[in-house]
Design a protein around this ligand. Structure first.
Ligand SMILES: Nc1ncnc2c1ncn2[C@@H]1O[C@H](COP(=O)(O)OP(=O)(O)O)[C@@H](O)[C@H]1O
Ligand SMILES: Cc1ncsc1CCOP(=O)(O)O
Ligand SMILES: [Mg+2]
Length: 275
């Protein structure tokens, strides 16, 4: 994790995004704050082009346009062909049929890191036929719009099943985050409830996972991004008096984190035989 933080700051890697129109600028600003570089694209040939550049690509399904029916599968295919890592945030899975079709379509070229809230991860495991939704405590309701109706613990089996299927990492966000590579399960605490009062904390976490995936393996990249978010959230909450100033303080905190702080973030690691 220390190497990932340092290498991103030293090399300013480009992690291009196909991402929603609500939080695009916050995603780009968070990627810049940790030392990465951002570029947002929409079209199929743009997705294929950025996949071929190397680095890592971020795909977020938050606001879809018809062209994404071509862009998303083409970009996933191009990432697989170029061995470029990519991160999927299945925002709002369950709203409309295109999101469902796209998640089903990328099953054949799956993401290196799957990042979402608990209900989204449970829904993806279900769509991929991984049986991860039959978890005690899962609401079975799916996400409420873009927000979770499930606890992070309820998504553990789904997350492990998805990670084993993709061979990469899965990051489930919530009050305590869970990151798994299908063998190890890490729980990371910190953050702030104010992160749920601004839009884009989850989306930008996905973008930052992609930045670290430019320089580190998927599990380390997801852990590093999650640890950085928890610390920055904690710190920002100390200095602000509501969501508006929190968003500004959060970007500042992300920018000012030291390597040592990120690597000393509270992290509990267990092995899993579950799922
Ligand atoms: N109650 C909470 N307390 C502390 N941090 C939280 C809380 N809820 C979410 N977070 C943090 O906010 C970020 C986004 O998580 P989340 O809100 O689950 O994503 P999404 O916006 O995609 O639903 C993560 O870094 C997560 O750790
Ligand atoms: C509100 C909203 N609607 C479509 S995408 C989006 C942003 C969701 O951001 P996040 O998942 O980070 O809260
Ligand atoms: Mg989200």
């Amino acid at each position: 994790m220390a190497r990932a933080v340092r290498e991103v700051r030293e090399t300013n890697p480009l992690a291009p995004s196909i991402t929603n129109t609500v939080t695009q600028s916050f995603v780009a600003n968070a990627q810049l704050a940790v030392g990465g570089s951002a570029a947002m694209v929409y079209l199929p040939d743009e997705g294929e082009c950025v996949a071929a550049l190397g680095g890592a690509v971020y795909i977020n399904l938050g606001t879809l346009m018809p062209v994404y029916e071509q862009t998303v599968p083409a970009t996933a295919r191009a990432c697989a062909a170029a061995a470029t890592p990519w991160v999927l945030d299945p925002v709002g899975v369950g709203i409309g049929s295109l999101r469902t079709r796209l998640i089903e379509a990328v099953r054949e070229n799956p993401p290196t890191i799957l990042r979402g809230n608990a209900s989204e991860i449970i829904a993806v495991a279900d769509l991929w036929g991984l049986g991860g939704n039959s978890v005690d405590g899962a609401s079975g309701d799916g996400p409420r719009g873009v927000d979770s109706t499930d606890s992070v613990d309820a998504a553990e089996r789904a997350a492990v099943a998805c990670a084993r299927f993709t061979g990469g990492a899965v990051a489930v966000s919530g009050a305590t985050d869970l990151v798994t590579d299908g063998v190890q399960v890490a729980r990371l605490s910190g953050g702030s409830s104010l992160m749920t009062c601004i839009t884009g904390s989850g989306c930008s976490l996905g973008g930052v996972c992609a930045v670290y995936a430019c320089v580190a393996d998927p599990f380390v990249a997801a852990l590093t991004a999650t640890a950085a978010y928890n610390l920055a959230g904690l710190r920002a909450a100390e200095t602000c008096d509501g969501p508006g100033s929190f968003q500004v303080a959060f970007l500042n905190a992300l920018y000012n984190l030291t390597t040592e702080e990120v690597t000393e973030a509270p992290l509990a690691l267990t092995s899993t035989s579950a799922a």
